[in-house]
Structure formats: structure tokens, C-alpha cells
Design a binder for this molecule. Structure first.
Ligand SMILES: Nc1ncnc2c1ncn2[C@@H]1O[C@H](COP(=O)(O)OP(=O)(O)OP(=O)(O)O)[C@@H](O)[C@H]1O
Length: 251
């Protein structure tokens, strides 16, 4: 199986809202193990790029291949399966529903705490939060605690592709370190993580850098990994078609 089937290939991607080009000519390749920073000034389209990678938005033109799947072409059951098994988000400001309990928030997406409460306890404690927070409403948590619950939700599911939008913005050094340790561990075990961030505490650990330029024209910078010879989702692979070699990993 080639790297491009196991990883991510973006070729000449562009995204525009009516009358507004967010980025264009954006190309990059990420292989399993990549921990990538997505950087650019406010409004340069970092969140939009994460949303495209996670199939919540669709690029206007170009090719985006994630784990051998043409993300823009996914529909129906295949799209639901991609979202359920392949990808997970930490949204800006944690993305919790304030009136829901912490438990209900972490169970969004199908994970059930009661299926393995010991593991859930370990994950909570690993991010410095007591397990008995589970049954209190999210709005009673501090901003940093909410941010960690958003990351715990991702850690409990462990999707192979993790997309995080400013995940350490509200965190002190100790908790920021917990998050980077978690992401590095995920990538060491073959996962991929993209983090929209300018936080130097995270950036010092990344393996790849995707820069979105201030003139709304994207340029990927990952010289160590973008070999330029990866295949697009349209082309055949060594083992046949991309459709024959779909990767969804069961973590
Ligand atoms: N639904 C929409 N319709 C039109 N324009 C939009 C829409 N959503 C976002 N935009 C615009 O797209 C651009 C990129 O937004 P995006 O949130 O991806 O940027 P960002 O780099 O993540 O910004 P920030 O760092 O401030 O979070 C912004 O100019 C934004 O105003």
C-alpha cells in the first residue's frame, strides 16, 4: 500500500465563498505519523481547511484524498462511515454544548463511557480532570477545562485523523504539554494530526507546516514529506483502485 493511500494528499485545492477566495493552489502530502501545524493570519482559512479535511466542507476545486478516499466524492453511507471511523475534531473554543453534561458531550459520536469506565477515568485523569466531572453541565467548567473535555472526547474515540482548532489557546503550560504529548503519541502510533495553531508550545513539536498566506492564496510547506510523486485519488494504486484499498482503521 502506498503512502498516499494511508495518508493525505491535497492537490491544487481551492475554496471560495461567493465573491471571496479563501485559499487556492494549496497542495501538500501528509504521511502516517505526521503532526502538522496549519498556520496563517486570522481569516486565512485555517478552520475552513480543517473542515474540508474532515468532510464538513467541500473544496471548490482540486483533489483531496484522505486514507485513499476522495473526500469530496463521499456521499450517504460512505460519508457517514468516514466521519464516524476516520476523523475527529476539536473545535475552536472546545465546541461543547453548554447545557449538556460533560458525559453527554463526550458521548457525541457514539462513544459510551459505560462500555469501559476505567479507560475513560484514565483519559480524564491523564488530562488533569477528575472523573466525577462527568455529570455536571459543561457551562460550569472553566474555559481551559472545557477545552480539555473537547480533547478528551477526541482521545476517547481515537480516530486516525485528528483535526484540532487552537486546542491549547486556553491552557497553561502543564496542560498544553499534556495535549502535545497526547498528539505526539497518536502520531507515533501511525495516526495523523493537523492543528490550527500559532502556539509555540505546539509548533516546536510539529513535523509538517501548512502555511496559508495573507493574500488568501495557500502554499504548503512540508519539504521533508512532500515528495511530489504521490498519486491523486483519480489514479490507480499499486494494489488497484483507491476504492479497493480503503483504509478505515478500527482503533
Ligand atoms: N459561511 C461563510 N460565508 C462566507 N464567508 C465565510 C463563511 N465562513 C467563513 N467565512 C470567511 O472565510 C474566511 C476564512 O475563515 P476561517 O474561519 O476558516 O479562518 P481562520 O483562519 O480559521 O480564522 P481565525 O484564525 O480567525 O479563526 C474568513 O474571511 C471568513 O469570514
Amino acid at each position: 500500500m502506498s503512502d498516499s493511500v494511508e495518508g493525505i494528499t491535497a492537490k491544487s485545492l481551492a475554496f471560495e465563498y461567493p465573491g471571496r477566495v479563501v485559499w487556492q493552489e494549496l497542495s501538500f502530502t501528509l504521511t502516517p505519523g505526521s503532526l502538522a501545524a496549519v498556520r496563517g493570519e486570522s481569516g486565512s482559512g485555517k478552520t475552513t481547511l480543517l473542515q474540508c479535511l474532515g468532510s464538513l466542507e467541500q473544496s471548490t476545486t482540486g483533489g483531496l484524498c484522505v486514507f485513499g478516499q476522495d473526500v469530496g466524492a463521499l456521499r450517504g453511507a460512505a460519508l457517514r462511515e468516514f466521519r464516524r471511523n476516520c476523523v475527529g475534531f476539536v473545535f475552536q473554543n472546545a465546541g461543547l454544548v453548554a447545557s449538556w453534561s460533560v458525559r453527554k458531550n463526550v458521548e457525541v459520536g457514539g462513544y459510551r463511557v459505560k462500555d469501559d469506565p476505567e479507560r475513560a477515568r484514565e483519559v480524564f485523569e491523564g488530562f488533569g480532570l477528575p472523573f466525577d466531572l462527568l455529570d455536571i453541565p459543561a457551562h460550569r467548567l472553566s474555559g481551559g477545562e472545557q477545552q480539555r473535555v473537547g480533547i478528551i472526547r477526541l482521545a476517547l474515540r481515537r480516530p486516525p485523523l485528528m483535526l484540532l482548532d487552537e486546542p491549547t489557546a486556553a491552557l497553561d503550560d502543564e496542560n498544553s504539554q499534556r495535549v502535545t504529548n497526547f498528539l505526539r503519541g497518536h502520531c507515533r502510533s501511525g495516526g495523523i494530526a493537523l492543528v490550527a495553531t500559532h502556539d509555540a508550545r505546539v509548533v516546536e513539536h510539529v513535523t509538517d507546516d501548512i502555511s496559508l498566506s495573507p493574500v488568501h492564496c495557500g502554499k504548503a510547506e512540508n519539504p521533508q514529506r512532500d515528495t511530489g510523486d504521490s498519486q491523486s485519488c483519480d489514479g490507480p494504486t499499486e494494489s488497484g483502485t483507491y476504492q479497493e484499498s480503503l483504509m478505515p482503521r478500527s482503533n
